[in-house]
Structure formats: C-alpha cells, structure tokens
Design a protein around this ligand. Structure first.
Ligand SMILES: [Zn+2]
Length: 70
C-alpha cells in the first residue's frame, strides 16, 4: 500500500482523440514489485480504461486498470 501519485489528464469535451498519459505506480509481475512508470491510457472493448507502460527495470509490459470510461 503506497501513496498513489497519479496524474491523469482529463479529456475536455467529446470527440477529441487525444492521447492520454498516466504516470503512477504499476505492479510488475516479473519484479514482483511496484514500479513508477509513465504510460498511455487506452480503453478496451469493454469500456474499461487501462494504463499501459513498460517496467523501467525489466522492460515487462505493465497494465493498470483505471476504471470504467464514462
Ligand atoms: Zn519489472
């Protein structure tokens, strides 16, 4: 349980296709540790917002579920 320093850039208005970035903690399954990383926010087909980043230590892909998109 660490302090989350998430910086999410909110999308202003609708129909704006802007790449959203997410900076915060991701859990790396390979390192078995939390890593600070910056990645891209994507929305999957179920409407769930996910942040995708790369582990700075082992280059494993990191995923973090941010919640349902509105
Ligand atoms: Zn790692």
């Amino acid at each position: 349980m660490g302090v989350l320093c998430a910086q999410i850039t909110p999308l202003e208005g609708e129909g704006v296709s802007m790449t959203e970035s997410y900076s915060g903690e991701f859990y790396c399954v390979k390192c078995k540790a939390k890593r600070q990383a910056t990645g891209q926010v994507v929305v999957n087909d179920k409407g769930t917002r996910m942040a995708k980043a790369t582990c700075p230590t082992c280059s494993t892909n990191l995923n973090r579920i941010l919640g349902k998109a509105t």
